[in-house]
Each structure stands twice: as C-alpha cells, then as structure tokens.
Design a protein around this ligand. Structure first.
Ligand code: SAM
Length: 394
C-alpha cells in the first residue's frame, strides 16, 4: 500500500467535489484544470449502469476527481486506486482532506492507494479508468486487469475524443470478451469492456530492448516516456558526457527509463547515481534498466516530485531532460520546477546539465536558481547547458 485515506460516508454531489479540486503539488495555472469532462462522464456512466456498492478499482485518476467523485456518488463497498504519478497521489490526499473526506472512519468506506498489481485489482468487479496516453500503457493496464480482476469485471474507460484511437479498442479486445465504444458526449467518450477472455495475453512488461548505439539494454513499463527508445534530446545531451564533472553523488532528475543514469554510472565508475521521477512506471523502468546492465549496485531509484525529499546541497551533478508538456497543454512550469529543485539540491560548485527545446525560456531560470550558465552546444532543435551552482549567498 502507498499512502491512503479512510473516509466518512460522503454526501457531496459531483459538483461539490469538482469545485474544490486542485492540482497541487503539480503545477497550477489558470489554463490547467484538476478535472475534465471525461471524469464526469465516467462517473455518470457508472452510476447509470448501477455499479453502486461494487468492489471498485480506479486507475489513472489525475488529481482525485474519480476517486472522490466515486465515493460521493457510487458508494462503493471498497475503493482501491492506482495513479502513476506521485503528484497525483499527493493531490488526491490533499483534495480529500479539503473535502473533509480523509478522517479515519472504518465504517464509512474510503480509498486505498496502491501500485498496479494484485493488491489493487484482485476481486474487483468494476474498474473505472481514464484512458492513458499511450497504447503501451493501456496494454500493461489491461493485462493487469485481466490477470487479477474478477472474470466478469466491467471496465468503464474513457478519454477526450481527440486523444482516443481505434488502436485502443484493439488493445482492449485482446483481453476482454466484449468492447463497446459509446456515443461521445461533450467531446469525451466512454468505452465499456466486459468479461476477461479465458486465454487473455499474458503481461509482457517491462519490455527490454537493446539500444545498439549506446550498447545499453533499456527496460520500459507502458507509461514511461519514450518507451524503450532513445529520445533525441537525450541523445544530444549524452554527446556531452565526456565533458561532465565526475561527481560522487549524481542525480538523473526525471529519469524515465534511466538511460542518463546508466550512461553516467558507466562513464564515472566512482559515482553513486540516484534515478528519480514522479512516475512509478519510470522509476520501476529505471530500476529494471540498471539491473539489465549490471548497474543495480550503483544506481538507486526514488519516486518523488521534483526532488522534494532530497536534502539541500546533497548532489554534485544533476542531469535533466525536462518535460515541456503538462498534461495535454504545453506549459514550461514543469521544467522550471525541476530547475529550481536542482538548484536547491546541488552543492556549491555542483553542475546541472540540461537539454531543452530552443524556444523554451529556461536560461534566465538556470542563472537565477542554479548559477552561471554556459551553452555547451546547440543544434537546430535543442540547447545543452551547464550551470554551476553558486556558493552560499552572503
Ligand atoms: C523528457 S522526459 C526525460 C526522461 C529521461 N530522462 C530520458 O532522457 O529519456 C521527462 C521526465 O520527467 C519526469 N517528470 C516530470 N515532472 C516531474 C517532477 N515534478 N518530478 C520528477 N519527475 C518529473 C517525467 O515523468 C518524465 O519521465
């Protein structure tokens, strides 16, 4: 079990719940919302289908809309929830507390936050899910449902129409006896899938592929950035590896599959490397990548939001290929948050090496939060910078 909450019997309407939802500790901005029309449609559809009192699992809840909404309008007998991002898990707990829904009250139902696996899904008769971004993530999730949930399980999955594809139905058809897309409502659509196929395909994650250009085995769970492939920004940053500081304590911040961690560990045999990411799929992938390359004793993993649990001045070098997509929108806030975190965690004289798209406004932030910043290289798409942590301010 990760962290969780017990909840008194809820009397909130969906509007009551949605009105108080916030995204923190994830980036907040006026154009970024904590729930969407799909959350509402999923819960309304589940209510129409009469799933009240079910043994319910929620997968892919962003900030608590599905979990807290389900507690309010579906009164499940049990409610287990899996979110890939630690920011989403923390936001759910904060939102639950805001709604007065986190007090320990064993008689009143509640929710438990769990990793994707047996504890989350065993015996579940209903699963409500925000469809993931990639088919690989959907594949891994559907395989887990097929492996552990009740054979007659009902899956109520949904997404924004513009992010959905026929390939999603194909993936679900591998595992479920019936897959029925519903009519779209307010640009969202629900797909109902029922009953596990007796010979459903076995889980095949993490996939491991050999990256010949790096001579590295890369392991990837379904939800991880770039899958088992090498991102072009990462490839560019790696060309600067020989120029990097041989730090004793190195951090791969936003590690994804852990390629940067593995390559740094190989280049600098005296370094202890921490690979950290907000995504559970990412840190599990980075662990599997380290193991696949005989580096498990050199690389430790930690799921965390932008180094929030790392002490100040505890790293000599940070490697960063920051995201620039926050949810479906494009927003630089996520990258800025990571730059600020690197500045806090680097020891004076330590270095942050980062790669980013040329149009992103990161240079002033690197100077402000870390220190003197040199552009080490650029190509038509990316800039690679080295920022040296300035000493303590007087
Ligand atoms: C562009 S990907 C880079 C992945 C990997 N380093 C690589 O080079 O392939 C950015 C990564 O940052 C992670 N990330 C985004 N926001 C984060 C945060 N607040 N804390 C930790 N990781 C975060 C994402 O989950 C994603 O894995």
């Amino acid at each position: 079990m990760t962290e969780g909450g017990r909840t008194p019997v809820a009397t909130n309407t969906l509007a009551d719940v949605f009105n108080v939802l916030r995204r923190r500790p994830d980036v907040e901005a006026p154009n970024l919302q904590a729930w969407d029309a799909t959350d509402r449609l999923l819960l309304e559809t589940a209510a129409e289908l009469g799933v009240r009192g079910s043994s319910l699992a929620v997968i892919g809840d962003r900030y608590g809309a599905l979990t807290l909404g389900a507690l309010s309008v579906l009164a499940p007998a049990t409610l287990r929830v899996h979110q890939d991002l630690v920011t989403g898990e923390r936001a759910l707990r904060l939102n639950a507390a805001e709604l007065g829904m986190s007090a320990a009250e064993p008689a009143g139902g509640g929710y438990v936050q769990l990793p994707l696996g047996a504890e989350l899904l065993s015996g579940a008769d209903t699963v409500i899910m925000q469809l993931p971004k990639t088919l690989a993530e959907l594949d891994e999730t559907a395989a887990a449902i097929a492996q552990y949930a009740s054979p007659d399980v009902l899956l109520v999955a949904g997404g924004r129409v513009k992010h959905m594809s026929l390939g999603m139905n194909t993936v679900l058809e591998r595992y479920f006896r019936s897959v029925q897309p519903q009519l779209a409502r307010q640009k969202s659509r629900v797909v109902l899938a029922r009953g596990i196929k007796p010979a459903a395909a076995p889980a095949r994650f993490p996939v491991v592929e050999h990256l010949a250009e790096l001579d590295l085995d890369v392991a990837a769970h379904g939800a991880v950035f770039a899958g088992p492939r090498l991102d072009i920004g990462t490839r560019f940053l790696l060309t600067f590896l020989p120029a990097m500081k041989p730090g004793r304590r190195a951090v791969d911040l936003g590690c994804g599959t852990g390629i940067l961690a593995a390559m740094y560990a190989r280049q600098f045999p005296a370094a202890a490397v921490t690979a950290t990411d907000q995504s559970a799929a990412a840190v599990q992938s980075a662990l599997a990548t380290a193991q696949a390359n005989g580096l498990a004793d050199r690389i430790s993993i930690l799921q965390d939001d932008a180094l929030s649990t790392f002490p100040e001045a505890s790293a000599d070098i940070v490697l960063l290929n920051p995201p620039f997509h926050v949810g479906a929108g494009v927003h630089a806030g996520a990258g800025l948050k990571m730059i600020e975190a690197a500045g806090r965690v680097l020891a004076p004289g330590g270095e942050l090496w980062t790669v980013f798209n040329r149009h992103l406004p990161y240079l002033p932030a690197l100077e402000r939060h870390v220190g003197p910043t040199v552009v080490e290289g650029q190509n038509p798409k990316f800039i690679v910078t080295r920022s040296t942590r300035r000493g303590p301010r007087a």
